[in-house]
Design a protein around this ligand. Structure first.
Ligand code: DGY
Length: 320
């Protein structure tokens, strides 16, 4: 008999076809975050769990799945999963690093350019009929060339952003757990303490995983250390930034602006004040949202899942 796998939410048929051939797939509902209660009748039999980043996997859930052999998350980030609880139960957790690096780095630069040059507001002015005769002092923005790009979290994505920043003529500073000698040699990147990164960056981009250490690291103190002309770009996870502190910073001009592809909470409710701040640009967690990348993420996640079911090493395992 084929193993039973729970997929928490529906995915395009052609993406999951390779999985459907090999397992008995039970698919959860759309439009609800988490592993839905309607899937409970399948918990006891489930050998594989295929999750999205909106699903919480904790010890209480694992306790209901005694036959579980593998959790596969359709994301590089695994902050939605209790890795320790999985390790304790001998369950490998798969994730999808690598395949989304370039797509996320592209969007980072897109957001950076958008806020630096005020592109959304200028485009909206044009659309709304506010495009009068050309004048030299209107719709002025900041230049990337010659400015300092600060990168917090110099993993694969941080390095891909650094390469792009270098190509734009930016000076690269970074703060990361590990030194990146290749980036230092090739891009002139310099590793600096967090306080220096905050004080010297004209554009501060967040690419760190969400952990106990990074949760809320961009708080009132951090924002107050930034330059008033600096911009913040969050591509990591919403809770890396303290939302209330950011609102105050944007309202009171501690920093010039922010672009957020991730927020806390997420999704950000339609009436949230951040949407009304002219110096804040929000996109709905679309860093990896290209046709190619999302399909590749599905491929990697499925490969991880099938390897785990066979008891083989995963392509990319997030826990020890
Ligand atoms: C991830 O993979 O962690 C991104 O946030 C979504 O692609």
């Amino acid at each position: 008999m084929k193993p039973l796998v729970i997929l928490t939410h529906p995915m395009p048929g052609d993406w999951i076809a390779p999985l459907q051939e090999r397992v008995r797939l039970v698919v959860g509902p759309e439009g609800v975050a988490g592993v839905d209660a309607s899937l409970q009748p399948y918990f006891a039999e489930a050998e594989g769990l295929f999750t999205w980043l909106i699903d919480r996997v904790d010890d209480a859930l694992l306790a209901q799945m005694p036959r579980l052999k593998v959790v596969s998350n359709l994301a590089v980030g695994v902050d939605n999963i209790d890795l320790e609880a999985c390790s304790r139960r001998g369950i490998p957790v798969g994730h999808t690093p690598g395949v989304l690096t370039e797509a996320v780095a592209d969007l980072t630069l897109a957001l950076l350019l958008s806020i630096a040059r005020g592109i959304p507001a200028a485009a909206e002015d044009a659309r709304a009929g506010r495009w009068g005769l050309w004048r030299p002092d209107q719709w002025l923005g900041a230049e990337l060339h010659g400015s300092t790009l600060g990168i917090f979290g110099m993993g694969k994505i941080g390095q891909a952003v650094a390469r792009r920043g270098h190509a734009f003529g930016m000076r690269i500073l970074y703060t990361s757990r590990s030194a990146r000698p290749e980036a230092e040699t090739a891009l002139g990147a310099r590793r600096v303490p967090w306080e220096v990164l905050l004080a010297e960056s004209d554009f501060l981009c967040l690419h760190t995983p969400l952990t106990a250490e990074t949760r809320g690291v961009v708080n009132t103190d951090a924002l107050r250390r930034m330059k008033p002309a600096a911009y913040l770009v969050n591509m990591a996870r919403g809770p890396v930034v303290e939302t209330d502190a950011l609102v105050q910073a944007l309202q009171e001009g501690w920093i010039a602006g922010a672009a957020l592809d991730v927020t806390d909470p997420e999704p950000l409710p339609p009436d949230h004040i951040l949407y009304r701040l002219p110096n804040c640009l929000i996109t709905p967690h679309i860093g990896s949202a290209t046709h190619t990348t999302r399909r590749r993420m599905a491929e990697v996640a499925i490969a991880n899942l099938l390897a785990g079911l066979r008891g083989e090493p995963l392509l990319h395992q997030a826990n020890a």
